[in-house]
Write a protein that binds this ligand. Sequence first.
Ligand SMILES: [Ca+2]
Ligand SMILES: [Ca+2]
Length: 476
Amino acid sequence: MSAPLSLTIFWVWAVFLVHSVSQQDVPGRKFEYKFSFKGPYLSQKDGSVPFWQYSGNAIASDESVRITPSLRSQKGQIWSKQKTDFEWWEVELVFRVSGRGRVGADGLGFWFTEARGREGPVFGSSDAWKGLGIFFDSFDNDNKHNNPYVMAVLNDGTMRFDHQNDGVTQQLAGCLRDYRNKPFPVRAKIEYLRNVLTVQIHNGITNNPNDYEMCFRAENVHLPPSGYFGVSAATGGLADDHDVLKFLTHSLHPGISSNLPHGQLSEAEKHKLEQEYENFQQKLDSERKAYHEKHPEAKKDEGHDYEWFEEEQTRELRQIFQGQGNMMQALQDLHRKGGMVPPPAVGTNVMQRHEVEQLLGATRELLQLGRDIKAYTVEIHQKSSELINNQARQPVGQGSVQPIGYDVHAVMNELKESVHSLKRDLGKGSVAPCDVSQIKCLSVSFFLMLLVIQTCALAGLYVWKSSRENNLKKFY
Ligand SMILES: [Ca+2]
Ligand SMILES: [Ca+2]
């Protein structure tokens, strides 16, 4: 093993160790880094994936393993190098199936089998497997409009997968789920615990990793006690990209260390991890020494792999800070919006400031108008009293009609003259032309009202005096 390769493996192991502790594994649940892969730095410089082997059209990159590209008739697969040494397990498979067509093909297979599969007809892997296959079948071969479909198929090594009928009679259980072309990666959580197989699917609509929905739960399932994990995929006449971003395996140990506080490892587990860490470190030191003796010019690159590890931590810290920053921003936005909310209004008509001012102005004008009317009424009253007094002083007789008529005519003439003088004033522009939107119009209307009041008062007075005169005539 060359020094750079072992360095990389060491840091992958270290990162997974950090992952297993930072994820605060529940008691009885242990992260299995030798049966897992995830980005970043998923593949090494030579393209290999630590603890995994891949073949066919599969390509590994820093962030994912592309099991097949979206080209016709492609097949690819990736398998763990080691066989499991734990009975119960849980795998979280994070993947994307994406293609430009409304319909894609063929699909993706998750495997837990006694032997590693070879390239074959069942979603890229060999038929007649011994163990479990969970298939994400994109293409509707039997034309029952029930694909994409997720199903589990158990095989004892004798059965051939019935592609023509989409394995409908062979499946242990399944569920209809559209996992193609989702905004976020789709997740499948496959748990095998105490002979119960549970599959939950995260449909990739949200970015919340906990949005799982139950696909199925099957009891009395007997899988090989030890096996290989694998993922395969195939395309046909239609094609999708089949990308696996994460394959995270935990071994489940029910009843063991279940009395430990949440997130703590048992003493035995701690000791085992520490021993493993020391062994790796010793091996790494000796290999690094040997490498630098052989390649003294590469010494300046020594810190490179440390940067990887640092970058992983820094990235997580940055994400935490980003998350906090987003929360702070959201709170500030809420606060700002709270300040902008107007006070609750009764009804829907809320008066603006300028409208209130207009109303006050109009009220003042009306008050002034009222005062003017009062003044003119007093004046009319005075004039009426004078007329009555004059009448009273006149001698009663035939000639008394003339003075009354004279007085009335004099008042009428006075009024006419007032009207004419107002008309002249209007003509000269001393009074502003009428603008219906302005309060000034009230002066003209006021004048007309005054005119009407005066005319009515005089008419009333004239009628009263006429009737009085008639009554007096009756005495002669
Ligand atoms: Ca199919
Ligand atoms: Ca079908």
